[in-house]
Design a protein around this ligand. Structure first.
Ligand code: FMN
Length: 201
């Protein structure tokens, strides 16, 4: 960190970054992937634009929630042009504080992003990393919106884009989650690592 301090990406860097995402998506599809997922959460590059506590830019990519969301939408659009928007998903972590991402108004930021992705239209899915039970009080407080669980707020912006959720499912909680309309699919991560036959099990 001391020898390589973070820098603010110039507009030229940003163009290159969009191109890098497009090239990576193209390579993935050529290698036989069914689709690609843009990671806009967990404190990685794209969430560093989203969070007002991290993004201190002025100009088109900083300031308002819409400006902070701009790079995500531009990349989703550009990757969609390359591989088909129906083959692109976006991963989001509205409740996560992983990698120290801070935001003055997380609800506004993530609602704005969902609205913009909804307007873009046609995405394969929106994939949410849900808060762990032990984190919930913390993020509910940080949102200042009380116990706002669920995805109604996100669906308002996303429209018909399917909602996937990861991080809260086990062999019991998963039952009924799709049928009762909470989510369109439940994502399993850790269990697959040691159980490649999880579905059969
Ligand atoms: C060892 C480990 C490493 C992980 N690494 C990443 C990562 O690099 N990027 C990411 O977005 N999520 C990462 N995750 C989170 C998972 O993608 C997933 O959201 C999380 O494990 C919740 O799903 P699960 O309860 O089914 O495991 C990681 C999880 C674990 C356990």
């Amino acid at each position: 960190m001391k020898d390589f301090p973070p820098i603010e990406l110039s507009e030229e860097h940003l163009k290159r970054t969009v191109g890098d995402f497009v090239a990576a998506a193209r390579n993935a599809m050529e290698a036989g992937f069914d689709g690609v997922e843009l990671h806009a959460g967990n404190g990685y590059l794209l969430e560093q634009f989203l969070g007002s506590g991290v993004n201190k830019r002025t100009g088109a990519y900083g300031g308002s929630a819409e400006n902070r969301c701009r790079i995500v939408v531009e990349i989703a659009e550009a990757v969609g042009m390359e591989v088909g928007i129906e083959n692109v998903g976006v991963r989001m972590s509205p409740w996560g504080v992983y990698n120290d991402i801070q935001d003055d108004d997380r609800f506004e930021t993530w609602s704005t992003l969902c609205g913009l992705l909804g307007k873009l239209g046609g995405l394969s899915y929106a994939h949410f990393v849900e808060a762990r039970e032990d984190e919930r009080t913390q993020w509910e407080k940080s949102w200042g919106v009380g116990r706002k669980l669920g995805f109604e707020w996100a669906r308002k912006g996303l429209g018909s884009i399917p909602v996937l959720s990861a991080g809260v499912w086990d062999g019991e909680s998963v039952w009924g989650a799709v049928e009762n309309g909470k989510v369109d699919a439940c994502v399993f991560a850790r269990w697959f690592v040691s159980n490649p036959d999880l579905v059969e099990k």
